[in-house]
Every structure is written in structure tokens, then in C-alpha cells.
Design a protein around this ligand. Structure first.
Ligand code: NAD
Length: 281
């Protein structure tokens, strides 16, 4: 039923290029929102221990009546649990809260280079074991900078399947994205709409008007044409449908470049810088 393309990951698994993100959806709204997303046709859900709604995501997948194998579910290791024993216990809690025997993708949420003596390497080795025992079909990272990825490449065996980073028209994050492209690490773009902020941009509005689409559809289509994986968040049914209707139009290369030119570099960043972010509460 869905025209969503899949991206092949470096370990041979594949991931739907468009998914549904559940950050900031309160647990009491998550079952309904996720069930609706699955009804609309989304087959990829992005959650995290930090979001506090893994239990509800699992419940929605079961309530949807879909086979578990037809839904790609990602979760992430929270910042308090980088130490290997803690990471193992946290991963078990994630599986038990989801009610699954495996996740499709498990990520280190933040590198935290100023905490744990900067040791995200032993954390990554712990995730390597989750992949080896099959409880995480694929493993990856989030918010890793180039030097963090280089360190993993030098000191560990498995290349992350994905790096989930802040990326939208005001922050192209090009150095990190292109390192991923060169090294077989798929880029997932978080806050693909900059939490709605880029939708008021005049250039995006002009393109949307001309192609007869909404600004959100134009921005999400731009991400897809640049090869990124996206999972916009909304709990408004019309917007959730709108964000899924991206496969019956295409942006001209000139419009893709025009949106590329909106990059503001660091000034466009919404979230914390990964080198400085040190919250592990
Ligand atoms: P987003 O860019 O997806 O923006 C969501 C907001 O945009 C909505 O709350 C709504 O206000 C607006 N919006 C959505 N669709 C719209 C539409 N069609 N028309 C008008 N407005 C619309 O931001 P996000 O939720 O921060 O990011 C998406 C997902 O990325 C999250 O749910 C989460 O899964 C992931 N994420 C990961 C990290 C990380 O550190 N790894 C950080 C933030 C987000």
C-alpha cells in the first residue's frame, strides 16, 4: 500500500526512508497517534528511552494488527546509561517496555564527549554485542560528529548503520552528512522541519505555491531527494497525512539547490551542539 522507498543500510538491512517521530508526544497520546500513523501507511517509528513512550509505541504496533516484521522500530540508549553494564540493563528495559524481542535499529542517543571520560567506544562495543545476538537488527549512533565517527572507525569493528543528526534547510550539517556518505553511514535528519520554523521561509513558501504543495511537503521532499531518512512529528491527523504524501511529485534540481542555499550553518542549529551537550540526568 505504501510507495515509501527503502534505503539499504551497510549491514544489508533496509529502512523505510520516511517514518513517524514520537519525540514530545506525551505517553497518553502516543498509542492513538502511532496507531493513526500506521493506518495512514507509515511503517517506521522513531522513539527513544528519553521520550518516555516506548511502552505506548509497542502497544500501538500490536494494536495495529500489522505483523511485527512489517514495522521498523528504532529506539535509543539514554544518556545516563553509557557505562556497559548500565547500557545492557537499559537495552533490556527498552525491549521489555516495547514488548518486543528485538528492535530494528538501536542508537547511542548522544556521544557525550565530556562525560564518562569521553568513552563512547565501550558503549558502542556494547551495542555491537546487541547486534551480534540479534536483539538489535541494526545499530547506529545519533549526534555523532566526524571526530567521534573517526574514533569508532579506528577502535571498533562495526561501522554504524546510521547517524541521526539535526538537519534541515537552516542547518545542512554538511561535514557530518558527507562523512556518512563517504563511509556508508546513512544520514537520518532529525527535526526535519526545524520543529515548524522553516515552514514560514519565503523561498520555501514560493516553491510550495508554484508546485501546488504545502511548505512541509516541499521540505520533506527536499530531504528525500537529498537521500536523507526523515520522520517528521505531528499529532494533527491532516498534517500526518500531508507529511506522508510525498511520492507523487518531485522538486526540480534548481529548487533543491535554492533550499540548500538557505543554510545558516551553526546559527541555524536548534538543539544543543553535540560536542557540548552533557545532560545525563
Ligand atoms: P519536526 O521538524 O518533525 O517538527 C515537528 C513540528 O513541526 C510539529 O510539532 C508541528 O509543530 C510542525 N509540523 C509538523 N508537520 C507539519 C505540517 N504538515 N504543517 C505544519 N506544521 C507541521 O521536529 P521534531 O519532532 O523535533 O523531529 C522529528 C523527530 O526527530 C522526533 O520526533 C524524533 O523522533 C527525532 N529527533 C531526534 C533527536 C535526536 O537527538 N536524535 C532530536 C530531536 C528529534
Amino acid at each position: 500500500m505504501s510507495d515509501v522507498p527503502s534505503i539499504q543500510l551497510n549491514d544489508g538491512n533496509s529502512i523505510p526512508q520516511l517514518g513517524f517521530g514520537v519525540f514530545q508526544i506525551p505517553p497518553e497520546d502516543t498509542v492513538e497517534a502511532t496507531k493513526l500513523a500506521l493506518e495512514i501507511g507509515y511503517r517506521h517509528i522513531d522513539t527513544a528511552e528519553m521520550y518516555g513512550n516506548e511502552r505506548e509505541v509497542g502497544e500501538a504496533v500490536r494494536a495495529s494488527g500489522l505483523d511485527r516484521g512489517d514495522v521498523f522500530v528504532t529506539s535509543k540508549l539514554n544518556n545516563s546509561y553509557h557505562e556497559p553494564d548500565e547500557a545492557r540493563a537499559a537495552f533490556e528495559r527498552t525491549l521489555s517496555d516495547l514488548g518486543f524481542d528485538h528492535v530494528d535499529l538501536f542508537l547511542i542517543h548522544w556521544p557525550l564527549p565530556t562525560l564518562y571520560d569521553g568513552d563512547f567506544v565501550s558503549t558502542w562495543r556494547t551495542l555491537e554485542a546487541f547486534k551480534a545476538d540479534g536483539r538489535a537488527r541494526s545499530i547506529g549512533v545519533s549526534n555523532f560528529q566526524v571526530d567521534h565517527l573517526e574514533r569508532l572507525a579506528a577502535e571498533t569493528d562495526v561501522v554504524p548503520a546510521v547517524n541521526q543528526i539535526e538537519l534541515h534547510p537552516y542547518l545542512l550539517n554538511e561535514e557530518v552528512r558527507s562523512y556518512g556518505e563517504e563511509h556508508g553511514i546513512a544520514t537520518e535528519a532529525w527535526s526535519p522541519l526545524k520543529q515548524g520554523e522553516v515552514l514560514d521561509d519565503a523561498a520555501i513558501a514560493e516553491i510550495a505555491e508554484r508546485v501546488g504543495r504545502t511548505p512541509a511537503q516541499v521540505v520533506l521532499r527536499w530531504h528525500l531527494q537529498r537521500g536523507s531518512i526523515v520522520f517528521p512529528k505531528s499529532t494533527t491527523p491532516e498534517r500526518m497525512r500531508e507529511n506522508f504524501e510525498l511520492f507523487d511529485f518531485e522538486l526540480e534540481p534548481g529548487d533543491v539547490e535554492r533550499i540548500d542555499d538557505l543554510d545558516r550553518g551553526e546559527a541555524g542549529r536548534n538543539g544543543p551542539h553535540p560536542d557540548q551537550f552533557a545532560y545525563a540526568g
